[in-house]
Design a protein around this ligand. Structure first.
Ligand code: Z15
Length: 811
């Protein structure tokens, strides 16, 4: 990075001139943002080229992380922090009358992901670069990322996220690295010189053009690559030919349908909808990615046999599981390997992470759809299925039921999770409890057959974005106390433990928290018009809206609290501000109702004078990485209340902890490990265990009506949904009411209500002892080191990918 202030200024002003033909006076804020980005981009480019050169010359093994989603968030500020130039550039800009923060606001927040899975991929990219793992991302350059959410008359409205509209400063189009991806058509096979040759005819070809985004490490010279593929038409070959055949109109139609492939991110999280376009997206980026990997590999190697020594392909959930047959195809049809050799290489190269046990998220494609879109893929998957079923039969002769539950093709469906398991050498869950559930329940047959494939890699988050960048003042306190080592070695955060009872440090931590709360309160005021008390408990529930995440449980507790305050306005509770944010998938009815309920409830409660400002409810629209960076540092309480067993890990829980919020949560996902790390006294755990949840599912015995009739609080709250109590159409929330009573409350909201309310009382009591609370808060921060994605990535590197960090030296 450029460290000299004057040199920086000269280059910055020069960029304005060459990019826009303007001086500082005439340039717009966006011009200045682009000129600043260019300074950094140019510095990064040098290290980027050097990194690639050194990777190639040393021949180290490289990792490719395939993911349908990368929820990156803004890059400029992160680059300034990682490059160690933030202060210098801020001052330099100030001297020429420019406010750095104003420029930072110009950047769009690339939302190429839905939620946890996409954000995890982004944290992993950042940690790989910081740790020095030669690891790259492979994904899709969606023209439209996740929709922008607005609340209009209590309803979620979705607007297109046109993040590329002013150009994206951090991408490099690599037209010369484009590859073709083929869809449809038919496969002809014939014998040539004793071996089968497959030719693809009448296919539709799409051009995949990569846009590379640099991923820079922290205070090092590593710059890895996130390669995002854009779908384009092969103008010359196809359009010209069809034009001559008099099919110009069809050609145009084809062109627009080609563009569709990378047009939009599907907005469901943890949900599968068997759409043809989605399958096209999957094959599109997987085929393009694998082709480019093999092309690069072949520059240095003549035999494919060493592929798994030089390349690891990781698939983020089953979305890229088509990588298994596609790598087989490339190795056999293109490189001429035998089935057995290709299978060995494929399984040694590919590894797979499972992220959910929710049945509605499981990808299974109808055979007919799969076969007609991807005929060669189908042939290979069919052969894989024949072979693995034969080996299952050998292990479990006669056990048809078991084998049917393991077959890659069964009941006329292609099961992508099964394909991923059989086609990879490692299958991991994302938290210990989740991995245990995979092994013992969801994938028990596979675990029995391949016991050594299964392993756990508890998720993590990048503490550089989520603490150093998002909460710089807390980061400064920590550094003052224990030095700056924690930034590269997050486990060192535990040295902060010594300061938990230090009154001076406690006060400093309190001050920063309060400052962050004031900043959030200001934002809330601007966006909603509501004034919140910054001395109240900021209780924050931010994540995708989903029944299993149980925002409804939180809402019911708020309604009950409100009822009690109305009855007794002098009820002694610590004032609370309940803050929600999160998007609902556009077609997810109950999730949209949940948002509406929060919003309606907020309008009722926030203007009620009777409760003397003891209770406020806020719904912030358009939850995104950037909004998260404002929310986590300002939270006192972290809501992690999913039905036990349902949340594979959760990662928001870790971001809260790292910023000193205390968790109220169930023993689900990584909450279990957070609980182990901080101990009983520094977390509020409540509710059913996953075992109890499974017992109910297996043996029955749950009766929501009974709880409704026996608990007056629940009865009141539920009736309030449908009796005109809420200032909205009376029947609006009937479906929600029915899901909890008529449909017997699938996620045990009523069952856990009492335990949750009790935990909240305990929490309220604890918050009153200010220094005790801060002590808890510091404990949480100090124990958050193990939840850094640096730790997670090192485990993947050592135990799955078998790659080592590389130090990039000076050019
Ligand atoms: C998603 O965001 C997650 C899992 C999925 O299968 C899909 Cl499709 C999307 C989430 C999990 O729900 C969450 O518990 C986990 O922390 C996250 O992936 C990252 O592993």
């Amino acid at each position: 990075m450029l460290m000299d202030k004057d040199e920086f200024k000269t280059i910055f002003v020069n960029n304005l001139q060459t990019m826009f033909g303007k001086g500082i006076e005439e340039a717009s804020i966006n011009n200045k943002y682009m000129a600043l980005s260019r300074v950094i981009r140019d510095c990064i480019s040098k290290n980027w080229m050097e990194t690639n050169k050194q990777y190639s010359e040393t021949g180290v093994k490289q990792v490719y992380y395939f993911s349908m989603e990368f929820l990156l968030g803004k890059a400029l500020d992160m680059h300034l922090v990682n490059g160690g130039v933030k202060e210098i550039y801020r001052e330099a800009l100030e001297e020429i009358g420019i406010d750095l923060e104003e420029l930072e606001k110009q950047e769009s927040d690339p939302g190429l992901g839905n939620g946890g899975l996409g954000r995890l991929a982004a944290c992993f990219m950042e940690s790989m670069a910081a740790v020095g793992i030669p690891g790259h991302g492979c994904g899709i350059r969606y023209t439209y990322g996740l929709f922008e959410q607005k609340i209009v008359d209590h309803n979620q409205v979705e607007l297109p996220d046109n993040w590329l509209q002013d150009g994206y400063a951090w991408e490099f189009r690599k037209a010369d690295k484009a590859v073709e991806v083929k869809f449809g058509g038919t496969i002809k096979s014939n014998q040539q010189g004793g071996r089968w040759v497959f030719t693809h005819e009448n296919y539709e070809a799409v051009l995949a053009v990569p846009y590379d985004v640099p991923i820079a490490g922290y205070h090092n010279k590593t710059v890895n690559t996130l390669r995002l593929w854009n779908a384009e038409s092969l103008h010359d070959s196809f359009d010209f030919a069809s034009f001559n055949r008099g099919e110009y109109l069809e050609a145009k139609e084809y062109r627009s349908s080609v563009g569709l492939i990378s047009k939009i991110l599907y907005p469901q999280d943890n949900f599968y909808e068997g759409r043809l376009l989605r399958l096209k997206q999957q094959y599109f980026f997987v085929s393009a990615g694998l082709q480019s990997i093999i092309r690069r590999y072949k520059k240095k190697h003549t035999s494919m046999k060493q592929l798994s020594k030089k390349v690891a392909v990781h698939i983020n959930d089953t979305h890229p599981a088509i990588a298994v047959p596609e790598l087989m195809r490339l190795l056999m049809d293109q490189e001429g390997l035998s089935w057995d050799d290709a299978w060995k290489i494929t399984t040694e190269t590919i590894s797979y992470t499972n992220h959910t046990i929710m049945p509605e998220a499981l990808e299974t494609w109808p055979v007919e759809m799969f076969k007609s879109l991807l005929p060669r893929m189908y042939m290979i998957v069919h052969e894989i299925n024949e072979r693995v079923c034969r080996s299952f039969w050998d292990a479990y002769p006669g056990d048809w039921e078991r084998i049917r539950g393991m077959a890659v093709i069964a009941d006329n469906m292609v099961h992508m999770a099964r394909l991923a398991v059989v086609g990879s050498h490692s299958v991991n869950g994302v938290a210990q409890i989740h991995t245990d559930i995979l092994k013992e329940h969801i994938m028990s047959s596979f675990h029995n057959f391949y016991p050594k494939k299964f392993n756990n890699k508890t998720n993590g988050i990048t503490h550089r974005r989520w603490l150093l960048k998002a909460n710089p003042e807390l980061a400064a306190i920590i550094t003052d106390c224990i030095g700056a080592n924690w930034i590269t070695d997050p486990q060192n955060l535990d040295e902060f433990e010594r300061f938990a009872t230090d009154k001076v440090i406690q006060e400093k931590v309190q001050k920063v928290k309060h400052k962050n709360k004031k900043a959030l309160a200001k934002y809330i005021k601007e966006k909603t018009g509501v004034t919140v008390d910054t001395r109240s408990i900021f209780d924050v529930h931010i994540k995708r809206i989903h029944s299993y995440k149980r925002q409804i449980l939180n809402i019911f507790h708020i309604m009950d609290l409100y009822n009690r305050l109305k009855e007794n306005p002098s009820l002694s509770i610590t004032p609370r501000t309940f803050i929600f944010a999160g998007k609902a998938a556009p077609g997810y009815y109950i999730a949209k109702q949940t948002i509406k309920l929060i919003s309606v409830l907020a309008s009722l409660i926030n203007k009620d004078k009777d409760i003397k400002g003891k209770l406020k409810v806020i719904f912030l629209e358009n939850y995104s990485v950037s909004l998260g960076e404002l929310l986590f540092p300002a939270a006192d309480v972290s809501e992690q209340i999913s039905t036990a067993s349902k949340e594979a890990s959760g990662t928001g829980n870790m971001k809260f902890m790292l910023n000193g919020a205390v968790t109220i949560g169930t023993l689900d996902g990584a909450n279990v490990e957070i609980h182990e790390a901080v101990g009983d006294d520094n977390i509020f755990i409540f509710g059913l265990t996953s075992q109890q949840v499974f017992d109910y599912y297996i043996h029955g015995g749950y009766n929501a009506w009974q709880l409704y009739s026996s608990d007056i609080r629940l009865k009141t709250v539920l009736e309030q949904l449908v009796n005109g109590f809420l200032p909205y159409q009376k029947e609006e929330f009937r479906p929600l009411y029915n899901s909890l009573l008529a449909d017997n409350d699938e996620f045990f909201v009523l069952r856990d209500f009492d335990a949750y309310a009790k935990a909240q009382v305990e929490l309220d009591k604890r918050y009153k002892q200010k220094n005790k609370w801060t002590e808890m808060s510091i404990h949480n921060i100090a124990q958050a080191g193990i939840f850094s994605s640096d730790r997670t990535i090192c485990e993947y590197a050592n135990e799955i990918w078998h790659t080592k960090p590389v130090v990039i030296t000076k050019p």
